[in-house]
Design a protein around this ligand. Structure first.
Ligand code: 13P
Length: 283
């Protein structure tokens, strides 16, 4: 599996009117649950480690595990470094066989954003690694800190300029989605999504999937979103299930027993999201 395959998967999704879901993992247990769910749904998916996970486990271990899992998976599975804020971490993951990386320099001005994206493109392309960038901002609380309202919305001309000067493979856009849980119903700016989609051919990515109603996700897919990121609901299902299972089993719980119950809960969430993205049966 390499970045060229991902390009084909995203194109196929675009033509087929569905999106490739990308799920954030924290360790091997939710990783395994996500892959098993995708295999049972017959869905092509991406599986992503954010910088906190890469720092905690190491790009070498994440990369080795991801490589083995991609080889073994019965569905197209693409490992991704999500939201790297540094070129160095992208380089580390490229050197450890990640087929795709995201450089998130959206907090900088457009020129600086373009500069960082080009640096990552130069490192990635000799290895056929797929690169995602971000224009506009994803709201909410996340690894990048709190971002509350304000100037989050992607500017169409910024998206077009970044794509023209970097030739980046896919683009996350700020259209009102947020990392973490939403307070109230998320307000996505579909008009802006439509404008960006008409201005550029690059596959578009919706971040902050958790909490966006199914009909809004599907509307966004119809309007040009090709990849949907889901994280918070995976982490929360994981932790809440561990707590519930430990309470049920009591003392002296054995890891494998607890985790097989936990995995079933994570799998159910992943399957729901695969169906929301209409990616079931598309492997
Ligand atoms: P959520 O945590 O809100 O689902 O967003 C995930 C995400 O966008 C990861 O990049």
């Amino acid at each position: 599996m390499d970045g060229l395959t991902l390009k084909k998967l995203l194109k196929k999704a675009d033509e087929g009117g569905y999106a490739i879901p990308s799920f954030n993992y924290s360790d091997i247990w939710d990783f395994m649950a996500i892959v098993e769910a995708a295999e049972e749904e017959g869905a092509p998916i991406m599986i992503a480690s954010n910088p906190l996970v890469v720092k905690a486990i190491g790009a070498d271990c994440c990369g080795a595990f991801g490589t083995a899992a991609m080889k073994r998976a019965k569905i197209p599975l693409v490992h991704l470094l999500d939201h790297s804020f540094t070129v160095e971490m992208c380089e580390d993951c490229i050197n450890n066989n990640y087929p795709s990386v995201m450089i998130d320099a959206s907090k900088y001005d457009l020129e600086t954003n373009i500069k960082y994206v080009n640096e990552v493109m130069a490192l990635a392309k000799p290895h056929n690694v797929h690169v995602e960038a971000e224009v506009g901002k994803i709201k909410g609380k996340g690894i990048e800190g709190d971002f509350k309202g304000g100037d989050f919305l992607v500017q169409v001309e910024d998206a077009a300029e970044l794509v023209k000067r970097t030739n980046v493979d896919s683009l996350a856009i700020g259209i009102g989605s947020a990392h973490g849980f939403y307070q109230g119903k998320p307000q996505l700016n579909f008009e802006r999504l439509n404008e960006v989609n008409h201005a550029i051919d690059t596959p578009l990515v919706l971040h902050g999937g958790t909490g966006i109603p199914r009909e809004d996700v599907q509307k966004a897919i119809k309007m040009g979103i090709n990849k949907v990121n889901v994280g918070t609901i995976i982490h929360c299902t994981y932790m809440n299930s561990v707590r519930a299972e430990l309470n049920r089993v009591g003392d002296n719980a054995y890891t494998l027993d607890v985790m097989s119950a936990v995995k079933e809960n994570i799998k159910n969430v992943v399957k729901e999201w695969i169906r929301t993205c209409m990616a079931n049966g598309k492997a």
